[in-house]
Design a protein around this ligand. Structure first.
Ligand code: ATP
Ligand code: ATP
Ligand code: MG
Ligand code: MG
Lengths: 255, 255
């Protein structure tokens, strides 16, 4: 059964794109067939995989508007890693899409005919809880909150959890909350240790044991347009993402 | 003449809120009358000043919907520092507001009757270029791009610049681009030095000389709900923001 997983938090700059890209890359290197979906009009996931998002003629938006076929839009980076790209053309269309029939299911309907071709479909969400993020949750089997251990990201958890409950009740009864991944961590500071304690208290069973340390090679990899495993597979960033995905896979076996 | 300045970049997590809060605080401690406007429904600026955004009955949204008076919404933190708060109620209203008459001028019209009571009005923008950010640019005399020296924020500069040109042509002929402030900087890394070189080449006259170093006291201050000058005025964060605002004021005299 295909797992469709959203990486989401409405707070900006928590590591959603970095996590989606590197998780997709690791899974595909393990032989899983993976589709990475860029749901942010800024196109950061598309850029992180080395594509010039603004020069693409067709994107996910064209699939939402029913102008084209999946095969015309998808970028086949390798046999086992495909990408549904995005660019700024979508930003201008979010409002008009609000008036489309079944607007919350645009993504589900794009993915439904192709999902059996993939083991994992991973969705990178934009920094808001607008129509695109609702589409992500409505289309997903699971979602993972990606937060950096700081004050503002922590405040974002409760509203996101409320949104999850609403989506689960009204749009997608089988949506599962897989857990909270801490990214961009520097646990040498007292501040992040304090935030960690609060998270452990509030989400005792939902916090991934694996976490991603702050590591400049992850930034460098994004600028080079490649996942961390292709940029520097011996870096701390590569180790941490491997550690996370292995835990994610173990959980999968259990769920 | 009142200066109305937007701190903006659509990329998430670049330091917009931290910069708006600490700039407002420093200016008010220098005796300027300041209004800080929270244009992000997540309410981070409101929270950074110590208010519980979700428990506020009235916010900026009520002013956009013409339900109430400015005096009922504004929070007077001190004689010289007032705040127009925000919370998640606005997030749900962004779409309906699209159909309001003169939707791009909602903020301008809120500020016009009161702007002479302030020397500076500083606007914290959300991580997108939607209706609220357009309102910010349409209402402003100036704007400052706040970016961390990384790849994705750099990619956001060109689309923001295009948006500025559009707003200047169609909505606000006197809007000025004051410059680019680099926040959250760690120039020990080769990566940020390379980004700096690119920025210096592309924006030779627009890069503030002052920049803000990465400093955990800035995160701590946000969690305590106070500006850096009240949390730890001898910290590197306080020094850097003082440095920036002094340069900002010197430019003001010249413009
Ligand atoms: N563990 C890490 N160590 C160092 N830098 C990181 C790490 N994870 C992400 N980054 C960098 O931090 C910035 C924010 O990460 P990213 O863009 O992935 O977050 P995001 O949540 O997708 O942001 P947005 O909300 O804007 O979509 C990027 O420049 C990225 O390269
Ligand atoms: N110079 C700095 N050093 C260390 N941490 C910082 C610095 N500036 C901001 N931060 C922290 O980094 C995070 C991002 O900053 P902030 O929230 O101000 O960015 P933003 O651009 O307003 O984000 P968003 O796009 O979500 O509105 C916050 O947790 C903040 O406390
Ligand atoms: Mg992202
Ligand atoms: Mg902010």
């Amino acid at each position: 059964m295909t797992r469709i997983v959203s990486f989401i938090i409405q707070k900006g700059g928590c590591g959603k794109t970095t996590t989606t890209v590197n998780t997709a890359s690791y899974l595909s290197r393990q032989g899983y067939r993976v589709l990475a979906v860029d749901l942010d009009p800024q196109g950061n996931l598309t850029q992180h995989f080395g594509y010039d998002s603004e020069s693409l003629d067709l994107t996910l938006l064209d699939l939402f508007q029913d102008n084209t076929r999946f095969d015309d839009v998808v970028l086949r980076r390798s046999e086992s890693l495909h990408i549904l790209p995005n660019n700024l053309a979508s930003a201008a269309e979010e409002i008009p899409l609000f008036h489309t029939i079944s607007r919350e299911y645009l993504l589900r309907d794009v993915l439904f005919p192709v999902k059996n071709n993939y083991d994992y479909i991973l969705i990178d969400c934009p920094p808001n809880l607008g129509l695109f993020s609702i589409n992500a949750l409505a289309a997903s089997t699971d979602f993972i909150m990606v937060i950096s251990p700081e004050f503002f990201p922590m405040k974002a958890i409760k509203p996101l959890y409320e949104t999850y409950k609403m989506v689960r009740q009204k749009l997608n009864h089988s949506l599962q909350f897989r857990g909270v991944l801490m990214a961009m961590c520097d646990f040498r500071t007292r501040h992040s240790q304090e935030i960690l304690k609060i998270l452990q208290k509030n989400f005792p069973h939902k916090l991934f044991r694996a976490y991603i340390r702050t590591n400049v090679t992850l930034k460098e990899a994004s600028a080079y347009g490649v996942p961390i495993f292709e940029y520097d597979e011996h870096s701390a960033g590569a180790f941490d993402y491997q550690n996370f995905v292995e835990e994610f896979l173990r959980d999968d076996d259990r769920n």
